[in-house]
Design a protein around this ligand. Structure first.
Ligand code: ATR
Length: 276
């Protein structure tokens, strides 16, 4: 029988996840279907229970339900526990659910695996302290980087995130926080935009001096044309300015692995999406 998976969100029509998982299934010869589920904000829990009650095998969860999914599950992976958000629901025996979060590993694999960024010993600046930033923290800290500075418009939120990961002992990395306005003369090897500014065509207000010579920029959103933050990076001398399309495909590949036990090849799928 064909196994059923889906992505649930509100809105959901724009989601590329069905296309990505259909490509993974074709490539690996897996018999599965993957659809979109639009859930009203107050119907999320019932919709999820109904999906699994009807024999569904797994769900991806997107905006605005990742925190609700975190509260719903019976157990969390360590990275989901740190994220406070779940983007992958895995069916366990006895109608129990496990929640995982594959966003951070998607980010790190895209940078390190697809683009060849070597995290070892690097200074990384993470812009933003909302759900998107928190979602990627643990894998980022496990990447081998030397220093992570979380900078946010609202300092308190950045400080809270830094404090939340202080006990993780992430391989000796230093983690600290500051307000966006307080970014000093220190420069970074990689600057990741996890703010929601791109949705309005803006970029966080930061000085180009945060870019070390040869620094890369990474925008966690993607678009058909270069995002505002990619344009900012390129116009200020970043060696590479990458958008989040590869992260999208890599987080999907990790979900696919959690469900099916096999890793799809991602490069061809990233190309496919880039050309659409
Ligand atoms: P998401 O789930 O996308 O992270 P969020 O939790 O609402 O959404 O967080 C949005 C992030 O973008 C926050 O870090 C926010 O900064 P504040 O905490 O100060 O609100 C950041 N952000 C939004 N608009 C911004 C702007 N114009 N300049 C800088 N940061 C901005």
């Amino acid at each position: 029988m064909t196994d059923r998976y889906a992505v649930i969100g509100h809105p959901i029509a724009h989601s590329k996840s069905p296309l990505i998982h259909a490509a993974f299934a074709r490539q690996t010869g897996q018999d599965l279907e993957y659809t979109r589920i639009l859930s009203a904000p107050d119907a999320f829990v019932d919709t999820v229970r109904c999906f699994f009650g009807d024999g569904g095998q797994g769900l991806n969860v997107t905006v605005p339900f990742k925190e609700a999914a975190w509260r719903l599950v019976d157990e969390h992976s360590p990275r989901a526990a740190t994220a406070g958000a779940v983007n992958t629901l895995i069916r366990l025996p006895g109608q129990r659910l496990r929640g995982d979060n594959t966003d951070g590993v998607g980010l790190v694999r895209d940078l390190a695996g697809n683009h060849g960024f070597d995290f070892a010993g690097r200074r990384v600046l993470l812009l933003g302290a909302g759900g998107a930033a928190r979602g990627v923290l643990r894998p980022l800290l496990e990447s081998g980087l030397a220093e992570l500075l979380i900078a946010n418009r609202t300092l308190d939120k950045a400080a809270a995130l830094a404090a939340a990961v202080a006990d993780l002992d992430p391989g000796g990395a230093t983690v600290h926080a500051c307000g966006l306005a307080d970014l000093g003369p220190v420069a970074f090897d990689l600057i990741i935009n996890a703010t929601s500014t791109g949705l309005t065509g803006a970029v966080p207000a930061i000085a180009p001096s945060v870019l070390a010579p040869g620094a890369w920029t990474y925008d966690m959103i993607y678009a058909d044309s270069p995002t505002p933050f990619c344009r900012w990076g390129l116009s200020h001398g970043a060696a590479r300015a990458i958008d989040g399309l590869g992260m999208l495909v890599e987080q999907a590949a990790e979900s696919f692995f959690l469900w099916r036990g096999m890793r799809p090849e991602t490069a061809a799928v990233i190309d496919l999406l880039r050309r659409r």
